[in-house]
Design a protein around this ligand. Structure first.
Ligand code: SAM
Length: 311
């Protein structure tokens, strides 16, 4: 039985209007029990509701901001900023070299949460002054907190509440961290198709590498470093729900996009590879991207490298 993440169930937003929808605690508890996850059902049963049994939105927001603040520590410790720049730096070099469009370029972080990566990129200037940095999230509370932190830190970046694929100005490159495993079944294909159908040149989505050690590693890390039971629960479930290399390469390979996986399973040390990106580039960008990566280009594989049965 596929386990569910509590944070996916306790808030709901209309993806078109961005309006928050009421969520009934009893329905979430029943779903978790039906999935055999009594521990998660117990955590949810303790969350505050109003007289109609609907979650208190302010309490849920506070809780999710707290859990994401703890999650930020994971991004810091895994040096996610540096990992991102290792791939995005050469990607923007390739886009500049290909010359199809002039700057400024726009990087959009889909599901930015508290916006740690966008804020880190703004603070370090690592991608260059011609890359505009935008974080987008459907969750008003998280993206609101991201904007507040960026203002407090005096950073040159923007945070937008809404659907990252419905922005008035589109992205040059879409990026995300820890988002892909939330999309299940056909929703994963739709996530990539939305980007292929946009004028974007590329995407680069980091998520947990699906290997046998991932759930154990997640359990040890979350036990040691996360305080809230919801964060501990969802951290381990995320690792269990991580998509395989094959699933990601297949889903990302939509029309007009060349799908590539950086550090696929079997080539990298499973103790070190915790998050790795699936990348999609317009076909004419592949050669300049490989060239800009230099020696790191050997870490990149396409679907032709998969075993024939899974291709
Ligand atoms: C697990 S959180 C990721 C948080 C963040 N990236 C981090 O690493 O801390 C996933 C987020 O993706 C957001 N999301 C999903 N689809 C989205 C879309 N199309 N546009 C904007 N945000 C989206 C959800 O609202 C949710 O807050």
């Amino acid at each position: 039985m596929q386990r569910l993440e509590i944070s996916d169930l306790i808030t709901a937003v209309d993806p078109h209007s961005g309006r928050r929808l009421p969520v009934r605690r009893s329905e979430v508890v029943a779903r978790l029990r039906a999935g055999g996850d009594r521990r998660a059902a117990g955590i949810v049963a303790g969350l505050p509701v109003d007289g109609d049994g609907v979650f208190d939105p302010r309490a849920v927001d506070r809780l999710l901001i707290g859990v994401h603040t703890e999650l930020q520590r994971l991004s810091e410790e895994l040096r996610m900023g540096e990992r991102l720049v290792q791939v995005l730096g050469p990607l923007f070099t390739a886009i500049r070299a290909a010359g199809g469009r002039s700057g400024p370029y726009r990087l959009v972080d889909v599901g930015c949460g508290l916006g740690y990566l966008i804020r880190w990129l703004a603070a370090t200037g690592a991608l260059g002054a011609d890359v505009e940095l935008v974080g987008v999230d459907l969750d008003a509370a998280l993206v609101g907190e991201a904007g507040r932190l960026a203002a407090a830190e005096g950073l040159d970046c923007r945070f937008v509440h809404g659907n990252a694929f419905a922005l008035p100005k589109t992205a040059t490159v879409f990026v995300s961290t820890g988002v892909l495993h939330h999309f299940r079944g056909p929703a994963l294909g739709r996530f990539f198709q939305a980007q292929a159908a946009s004028p974007a040149d590329a995407f680069c989505h980091f998520d947990i590498a699906a290997n046998r050690l991932a759930p154990l590693g997640a359990w040890i890390y979350h036990r040691a470093r996360m305080r809230h039971p919801l964060g501990r629960h969802d951290g381990v479930v995320s690792a269990r729900r991580a998509h395989s290399d094959e699933t990601l390469l297949r889903a990302a390979g939509t029309a007009g996009i060349r799908p590539l996986l950086y550090e696929p399973g079997g080539t990298a040390n499973p103790f070190c590879t915790t998050l790795r990106p699936v990348i999609g580039v317009r076909p004419q960008l592949e050669a300049p991207f490989r060239s800009a990566l230099g020696r790191d280009a050997r870490r990149l594989v396409g679907p032709e490298h998969l075993a024939p049965a899974t291709r």
